[in-house]
Design a protein around this ligand. Structure first.
Ligand SMILES: Nc1ncnc2c1ncn2[C@@H]1O[C@H](COP(=O)(O)OP(=O)(O)OP(=O)(O)O)[C@@H](O)[C@H]1O
Length: 260
């Protein structure tokens, strides 16, 4: 499988008045087309910092990330064109309807009005928001807004999707909509990074994992590989071990054709 996302020794330090924090410490991994990579870790592990660097929103101290061969530090516009980013903190435009907001973003990505309209129709059907397509976003529930956010991130049909806590604040049904959609995107051949604290869903939906702790990737691989490495059955148990400091840092090895 050829790699769509390549992250190579990505490092970022923050200088605080009393100390330095290494939020990402030489992080390396890859994600191929049709693969969901779970970048998981406890609070403060460095997930958001890593994703911001991959998206070209934050400069690395060293190392780099590439999307389809475009480096996010050198060619952030090429990267943004190919990536859809969904986070729990992204807001909707309260004064616009969902349709107006999606049309606006389609225009930003240079889509023709006809293509954009067809895409909105498809996405509203897929994500089940036809009913509130013409309602102002201000009046929508958290779950309804998140469906619109997901559609916004996908309006330009990017080949890479990055999800940062996409189900925060959503109920079981709302979360299922998002996770089912991640399954669908994988089937369409997208390369996907998922950061979430919902470990059971992550365990079900992700093909491979990178487990972060204090800025370092301490474990990596498929669930079967993680089980073999740790002797634990599920991610919750592995997480508890990580938080208790059981594992030292280890870089995820380069891809092999036979691996996942
Ligand atoms: N702008 C910043 N200035 C200083 N320190 C920062 C900054 N951004 C992140 N950090 C620190 O870097 C570390 C990693 O933070 P990051 O937000 O990447 O973690 P996370 O894994 O996304 O956590 P969470 O699951 O809580 O969202 C934390 O110690 C955090 O306090």
């Amino acid at each position: 499988m050829s790699n769509v996302i390549n992250v190579h020794e990505l490092t970022r330090r923050f200088e605080l008045p009393d100390r330095d924090v290494v939020a990402a410490d030489s992080i390396s991994f890859h994600v191929g087309a049709g693969e969901v990579f779970g970048l998981l870790g406890p609070n403060g592990a460095g997930k958001t910092t890593s994703m911001r660097m991959i998206l070209g929103l934050l400069k690395a101290n060293s190392g780099f990330a590439e999307i389809h061969g475009f480096r996010s530090d050198d060619q952030p516009e090429e990267v943004k064109r190919r990536v859809g980013f969904v986070s729990s903190s992204a807001g909707v435009y309260q004064w616009l309807t969902a349709h107006e907001m999606l049309s606006f973003f389609g225009d930003v990505y240079g889509m023709s009005p006809e293509d954009c309209e067809a895409r909105i129709e498809l996405l509203s059907e897929l994500l089940g928001f036809e009913k509130f397509l013409h309602r102002r976003c201000a009046g929508l529930s958290t779950g309804e807004k998140q469906r619109i956010n997901l559609a916004r991130a996908m309006i330009h049909d990017p080949s890479v999707m990055i999800f940062d806590e996409p189900t925060l604040g959503l109920d079981v049904v709302g979360s299922q909509v998002i996770f089912r959609h991640i399954d669908l995107l994988r089937d369409q051949g997208k390369a996907i990074i998922l950061c979430t604290h919902r470990l059971e869903q992550a365990q079900r939906v992700c093909d491979r994992f990178g487990l972060l702790h204090e800025g370092k990737l301490v474990l990596g691989g498929t669930l079967a590989e993680l089980q073999q490495q740790t002797g634990r059955q599920d991610l919750v148990e592995i997480f508890v071990d990580i938080i208790e400091g059981k594992y030292s840092s280890k870089e995820i090895s380069a891809p092999e054709e036979s691996s996942v």
